[in-house]
Design a protein around this ligand. Structure first.
Ligand SMILES: [Zn+2]
Length: 244
């Protein structure tokens, strides 16, 4: 799915010609099983920003497809690809395994607890990967390069700290609020069992101007809040100079 977008890199804004233009898949193509690669979203990217953070993307992929909320597509691709990826990248596996804690989760909300594992994850790596996806989607939606801050919220996080009960109730509340607020917003993307996204404009006066919700494998949700950099006010700068 390639819209007629301006030929500039979605990430750095550099102008691209026939030779330097590449198409970046959003999210990366490898997240989609071979049977679900119809009309994937692409944006123009310079060579540097096409697949430039593939290590972080692989880490991100492994984290999301092993979530308990992932549907069969996620779990299948997880067992096929992630296992291969893990074998290839033993550093990630070692890191994850040393962080694993057994937890019990009421997955079907029947009161019956099932054992599973919780992992501590590397926020910075995930944030890198998600920021790129959000910038690309922003470009795809608004045909402009996003300049500003992106904050991410992982809907699947749980706390294992001492006051975890309180903290997890808080997470549950936030999950509920996210579901409520996004329930009427259009889900975009062609292969929605694998990935879709929702864009919500945030009313003026709040710290952020836009929220993008990403949903992978039917239930692994991430909300990104985008805050545009305030426009440089030349007049304010001039009057400051005069006063100096
Ligand atoms: Zn670039």
């Amino acid at each position: 799915m390639y819209k007629n977008l301006p030929n500039i890199c979605y990430e750095c804004g550099s102008t691209l010609d026939k030779e330097s233009l590449t198409k970046e898949h959003v999210p990366p193509k490898s997240f989609f099983p071979k049977s679900d690669r119809d009309s994937l979203i692409t944006v123009p990217a310079c060579v540097k920003h096409n697949g430039g953070k593939s290590d972080d993307d692989e880490y991100f992929f492994q984290i999301i497809c092993m979530q308990i909320q992932a549907n069969e597509k996620g779990q299948d691709i997880a067992t096929n690809k992630a296992v291969r990826g893990v074998l290839r990248n033993r550093k990630i596996t070692k890191g994850l395994a040393s962080n694993a804690t057994q937890v019990y989760i009421d997955e079907d909300r029947t009161g019956q607890l099932k054992p599973t594992f919780a992992f501590k994850f590397d926020d910075e790596k995930l944030d890198n990967s998600i920021s790129s996806i959000c910038k690309a989607l922003y470009y795809y939606e608004f045909h402009k390069v996003f300049i500003g801050d992106i904050k991410t919220y992982y809907e699947f996080q749980i706390s294992l700290d001492e006051d975890s009960i309180k903290q997890n109730q808080e997470f549950e509340k936030i999950r509920h609020l996210i579901n409520k607020n996004f329930s009427n917003i259009e889900k975009k993307g062609k292969n929605q069992d694998v990935f879709y996204y929702q864009v919500m404009e945030i009313p003026k006066g709040l710290e952020f101007s836009l929220a993008i919700r990403l949903c992978f494998y039917g239930g692994v949700g991430i909300v990104a809040l985008l805050k545009k950099e305030p426009k440089f006010k030349f007049n304010a700068f001039m009057s400051a100079l005069i006063k100096m």
